[in-house]
Structure formats: structure tokens, C-alpha cells
Design a protein around this ligand. Structure first.
Ligand SMILES: [Zn+2]
Length: 423
């Protein structure tokens, strides 16, 4: 398939040869303001778009005729006629979110008010089995789009979050070479026949927290993703921090225990080997096999091979001493790492997310206590330690900003304003 076709505007003949159509740029600006800031009056829009009231009135008329904008009633009068509010028609375009993890993939479609149009589709797909995984992903996405009665042409783009070492300069994932050596945004655009944009899983979580979660309206926030591994997404000065190649945030691989256990990455004693969900599960299995008393054993009918992190968290919430200690110990190691981050970056908030966030205060409290010990009081006071409210939804929601930030930064014809799709 010719990829440039995906990104070109279908049927919009107002774009001139060098692609810079002033009207399209103005419409895109209005679109981005209404999308990011909600409803506005014509007068509200004139200053940020930098046009006169008659020009704005004309543009809004066109956007209303093209079904992009709808009238949302009158606001309070400030002396004179009541101003009319306008907003985006939330059903004129849709965003696809795809969260790919090592063991499963989740999909949903969102309208322009960022609301999911259906129940999230959960697929048990192994990322290690890449060719089969990609084939099923395309098939299931097509079924999902059809089931939710979405016109494919009305899809703005797909945001895809992926684990692994994702190079943001080349868009190649070094941890999953089977995904291919071509840029992954092109690969997925071809596979899905939808413009696709890629982000690292923990960074997508940070974007989700920043747009929809506890990090909203905050500029310096660290988002920890404690699951099978440990990742870190950083919002610094209001922007997602990538680093030179997008490899920032490999928090799980800082050395915590000199001479400790071998990590998946090949190094020794990484934070992941003592504080991740996998480390907690491995220790629970070993200790229970050695005779440690815990209700976890009862929860798996004596089959210690069946111990999983959610069961340990459940046992801890039921007051099981051993399970509580496992989580506390993980919290202690995490706190050592977090103390370093606090001293270096002076964040206003640290959000603990990922599978282990289900432990809530059983994890946050020991972290807080250890931080009191490990950090300078004045710097620590700035940093709220909180457990994510979005929990496991942050990653999928984070694919929305992945799409929209890319849409806003590209040529306006990607939005295809003049197309006449069903309202
Ligand atoms: Zn490691």
C-alpha cells in the first residue's frame, strides 16, 4: 500500500501547491482549541486564532456546515446579547487506542470528547509471537470498528503503546526485533490502514496521567509503572521527557543490590530484581515452598506455581502478614530509588501506577516512611506520593494524547476538514 495515501487529504481541493492553506491552518487552530479547552464563544476564539470577528464568524459557519462544530446554547450576558457557545461535534472523528503489553492487548475507540465508544476489548495476545499477534490484532480491530458502527474514514489515527526499548529517533523497538527494522509508525499504519503513532508504554501512562489523571494541570510529575518490570514516565516542565533517543525512564535497571540477582536485562542486582511484581511473586513462591505460613497458599489450593501478583495483593488487603511484608519490602527498595529522583528532579508529585498500585496504602505508606528517612525534608515536602486513580486505565487513555499531539504537530490536511462523513 502507498503509505503517503494514508496521510493525504481526500477530496480537499483548497490546499494550494505548497500545502500551506491559511484557511486550513485557521480551522486546525480552532479545532485544537475546542478539543483541548472545550466550548468557546466566537469572541473567545478571535484572540488565540488571531482573526477578526467577521472572519471567525465565517469560519465557524463553514465548520458548522461541515458538521465539525455544533452550537451549545447561550452563555451569561455581559450586557447586551447573550453570547453563543460552540463546541466540537464529538462524533465527527474518532481515535483508536491500542495498548500492547507482553501478554495481552487492549483496544478501544474514543470520540473527540475522549469518551470510549465501547467496552474495552481485551485480547490475550503474546507479543513474543509477533506475526500471529499482528494478524489477530488487525482482524480483531476490524471487527471492533464494525461492531461499534464507526466509519473507517472518520478515524483520525491510532495510538499504540508498546513495551521495550523503543528508539524515538528511528521508531524501532530493540526489545522486539520481530516487529521489524522499519519505523514502527509506518509498519502499524500499513498493517491497520490507519495513520498510527507509537509511544513507549510507561510514557503513554505518564501522558494518560497528565491529560486525565492526578497529574492534570501539573508540570513536574514522575509516574512509576510497577508491574512485571519497573518503568518511569517523566513530565518535566509540562512536557513528556524522552531523552536523547527515547530511552529515558529505565528506572528498573538502576543497581539496587550490589552482587544481587541476575536481571532479565543481563545486569546484576537491578531494582526490578527486588521490587517489581515479578520479584514479589518469585519471592512468595520460594518462601511458601520453604514453609512460610500465609493465606496465599490457601488462595491457590496449595499450588504455589499458580501464585500471581493480584492474589498477593488480595491477601495483603485481607491482613496477611507475609503478603504485607512482601509489599513493604518492595516499597522500601522503591523508596531508595525514588529518593534519588526527588533529589535530582524536585517533582511536585510522584504517581505510583501499574499492577502493584492495587496495593494502595500498603505500598504508598512504607514508601512515604522510607522517604522521610532518605530525603532532605524541604525537597520531599514538595513531592506528593500518591497512588494512581486511573490505575490500569492510564495506559490506554494515554494513547489519546499520543494521537492528538501528533495530529496537532502535522500538516492540517491530515484532519481532512472538508470531507463529508456521516454526522
Ligand atoms: Zn536490569
Amino acid at each position: 500500500m502507498n503509505l503517503s495515501k494514508l496521510f493525504e487529504n481526500n477530496g480537499d481541493h483548497t490546499v494550494n501547491k505548497n500545502g500551506h492553506n491559511r484557511k486550513l491552518l485557521l480551522k486546525k487552530k480552532i479545532f485544537s482549541i475546542l478539543y483541548l479547552e472545550d466550548k468557546k464563544t466566537i469572541a473567545d476564539l478571535c484572540t488565540p486564532v488571531n482573526v477578526s470577528i467577521p472572519t471567525m464568524t465565517r469560519l465557524m459557519h463553514e465548520l458548522i456546515n461541515e458538521n465539525w462544530v455544533i452550537e451549545l446554547g447561550a452563555g451569561e450576558s455581559r450586557g447586551g446579547r447573550k453570547p453563543v457557545f460552540y463546541g466540537l461535534n464529538p462524533f465527527i472523528r474518532f481515535i483508536i487506542g491500542i495498548e500492547i503489553t507482553r501478554k495481552y492487548t487492549r483496544i478501544n475507540i474514543f470520540d473527540l470528547a475522549n469518551r470510549p465508544v465501547g467496552d474495552t476489548l481485551h485480547l490475550d495476545l503474546e507479543l513474543d509471537n509477533t506475526p500471529e499477534m499482528l494478524k489477530v490484532l488487525r482482524q480483531q480491530l476490524d471487527i471492533f470498528i464494525e461492531k461499534n458502527d464507526i466509519d473507517r474514514k472518520s478515524i483520525l489515527g491510532a495510538g499504540i503503546s508498546l513495551p521495550g526499548l523503543l528508539d524515538k529517533k528511528t521508531n524501532i523497538n530493540y526489545s522486539y526485533p520481530e516487529l521489524g527494522q522499519a519505523p514502527l509508525d509506518f509498519k502499524f499504519s500499513e498493517l491497520l490502514e490507519i495513520p498510527s503513532f507509537i509511544e513507549h508504554d510507561t510514557k503513554a501512562i505518564a501522558l494518560g496521567e497528565s491529560w486525565f489523571g492526578l497529574a492534570k494541570n501539573k508540570s513536574n510529575v514522575l509516574c512509576l509503572n510497577v508491574g512485571p518490570g519497573i518503568g518511569l514516565g517523566m513530565i518535566i516542565n509540562g512536557e513528556l521527557y524522552q531523552g536523547a533517543s527515547g530511552f529515558s525512564g529505565e528506572f528498573g535497571h538502576i543497581q539496587m543490590v550490589p552482587g544481587g540477582e541476575l536481571c532479565d536485562c543481563g545486569k546484576i542486582g537491578c531494582l526490578e530484581t527486588v521490587a517489581s511484581g515479578s520479584a514479589i511473586v518469585a519471592k512468595a513462591k520460594r518462601k511458601i515452598n520453604e514453609g512460610t505460613n500465609s493465606i496465599i497458599k490457601k488462595l491457590v489450593d496449595g499450588d504455589t506455581g499458580a501464585i500471581k501478583l493480584p492474589l498477593i495483593i488480595q491477601a495483603a488487603h485481607q491482613g496477611d502478614q507475609f503478603a504485607i511484608e512482601l509489599i513493604e519490602e518492595s516499597g522500601g527498595y522503591l523508596a531508595r530509588g525514588i529518593a534519588i529522583l526527588i533529589h535530582l528532579l524536585n517533582p511536585e508529585m510522584i504517581i505510583i501506577g501499574g499492577d502493584l498500585a492495587g496495593a494502595e496504602n500498603l505500598l504508598a505508606d512504607p514508601i512515604q516512611q522510607k522517604l522521610n528517612k532518605y530525603t532532605l525534608n524541604r525537597i520531599r515536602q514538595d513531592a506528593d506520593i500518591v497512588v494512581s486513580e486511573l490505575k490500569d486505565k492510564a495506559g490506554l487513555l494515554g494513547t489519546i494524547p499520543v494521537v492528538m499531539n501528533n495530529i496537532f504537530s502535522q500538516e492540517p490536511n491530515i484532519i481532512n476538514f472538508n470531507s463529508t462523513l456521516k454526522p
